[in-house]
Design a protein around this ligand. Structure first.
Ligand SMILES: [Zn+2]
Length: 404
């Protein structure tokens, strides 16, 4: 089963646009109500053991059921009778808002994300049609349930043999977009490990380093962009909140954010293709992104968008028939790629890896990338064969063939 997501710009007419804004707002209200319901239940179940709270107490029957996704869907259906507003959008669309909430609770329980928060007006930016009618795409028009036929810019054709499963409507600063989720029943075999191997190390000073001694710099654009962003934000704060000038200034900030994220994505795709040009298998560190973005370097890490890059790289690799795997990232910068001794912690300012045992000397990030590559090759079981040939692991700047 292969799933693709294609993004197209759509041009709703005025009435359709109003309808879409109304959908977003209703989804937001449903989301917030359901969140409040869950919050109240959780608070009513957690109280201090030895004291009674003085200010307030959540009173809820002892047998009140825990609000789950299915339970909330049922009460949503019941609420429709009393609140006619809820009957206007498609039922599935509202249920998806509840599903999003469920997903954010699961993310909190299982992956340690934060407690879900209420959404302010305008913060709900997309809604999802989980099911589509027959032949929803017809010549530059997309047929949406209850909204009707919307004009769409078919910037690229929908590939043959794919079926349209879901549509997510997204409101961005530059307009409305439809993300079409396309599915194909044919399963495509994943690439086998083959060819030249490449390890990559994602860093902060340079965007990434490869085991072939190449470093790719972080584009300067993002540094300049930060400056421009600050300027635009300053303009917003000088305007009267709520005035039309304030709204215009805010829209400019939002558009610029969108521009930055598009540019970043473009850079990630180009870098991924550049790497795929060189190798038959690519190994990357399995980063603990959460731990990384919490530290001092938080802002820079997030800006570099490592998580997005790894996802894009994985996707490009699968398209280009390049094997991709993640390996353990522990101590990559503390091990010598040549003799594999533990060289101890390096300070971030220390840019060169210089091994006290074997004298191997190279760029610090390149050394880490080489460790990643070695680990990857060991993991796919290519070790002995490739090493005896002495071709695939060619450590630069080292004459005798490595022994491990
Ligand atoms: Zn060494």
């Amino acid at each position: 089963m292969l799933t693709l997501t294609y993004e197209y710009q759509i041009k709703p007419n005025r009435q359709q646009e109003e309808q879409m804004f109304f959908y977003l707002e209703t989804c937001r209200k449903v989301y917030n109500y359901a969140l409040a319901e869950r919050k109240a239940w959780i608070n009513s179940r957690s109280c201090a053991i030895n004291s009674c709270s003085i200010r307030h107490e959540y009173i809820m029957r002892a047998d009140a059921p825990k609000p789950s996704y299915h339970w909330q869907c049922k009460s949503l259906a019941a609420a429709k009778k009393d609140i006619p507003e809820l009957a206007l959008p498609h039922t599935h669309v509202l249920q998806q808002a509840l599903r999003t909430l469920e997903a954010s609770f699961v993310a909190m329980w299982e992956r340690g994300h934060g407690f879900p928060r209420f959404k302010k007006p305008g913060r709900m930016r997309s809604f999802l049609f989980p099911q589509m009618g027959v032949n929803p795409v017809q010549e530059n028009r997309l047929k949406l349930p209850k909204i009707g036929s919307v004009k769409m810019r078919l910037s690229r054709p929908i590939p043959d043999g794919f079926e349209l499963k879901q549509v997510r409507i997204v409101k961005k600063a530059s307009g409305w977009f439809a993300m079409l989720c396309l599915q194909c029943d044919v399963s495509i075999p994943s690439a086998m490990p083959h060819g030249h191997s490449l390890g990559i190390d994602l860093g902060l000073l340079s965007f990434l380093a490869t085991s072939d001694n190449e470093t790719i710099a972080r584009p300067k654009f993002f540094v300049d962009a930060q400056r421009k962003l600050k300027l635009l934000q300053k303009k917003v704060s000088s305007k009267l909140i709520g005035s039309s000038n304030w709204r215009k200034a805010q829209n400019k900030v939002a558009r610029f954010h969108e521009h930055i994220s598009n540019t970043r994505k473009d850079f990630h795709f180009k870098t991924a293709h550049h790497l795929c040009n060189q190798a038959g298998m690519i190994f990357a560190e399995d980063l603990n992104l959460k731990a990384m973005s919490r530290g001092m370097l938080c802002k820079h890490t997030l800006d570099a968008g490592f998580g997005q890059f790894l996802n894009i790289l994985e996707w490009v690799c699968s398209k280009r028939d390049v094997f991709f795997a993640k390996v353990d990232a522990n101590f990559t910068s503390q091990t010598c790629p040549s003799c594999r001794t533990h060289t101890g912690k390096k300070d971030l300012s220390e840019r060169v890896h210089s091994c006290p045992h074997c004298g191997y000397k190279t760029d610090r990030d390149v050394a880490a990338a080489q460790i990643v590559m070695i680990r990857g090759i060991v993991a796919v079981g290519h070790t002995v064969l490739k090493l005896s040939e002495g071709k695939d692991i060619s450590l630069p700047m080292k004459k005798e063939s490595p022994s491990f």
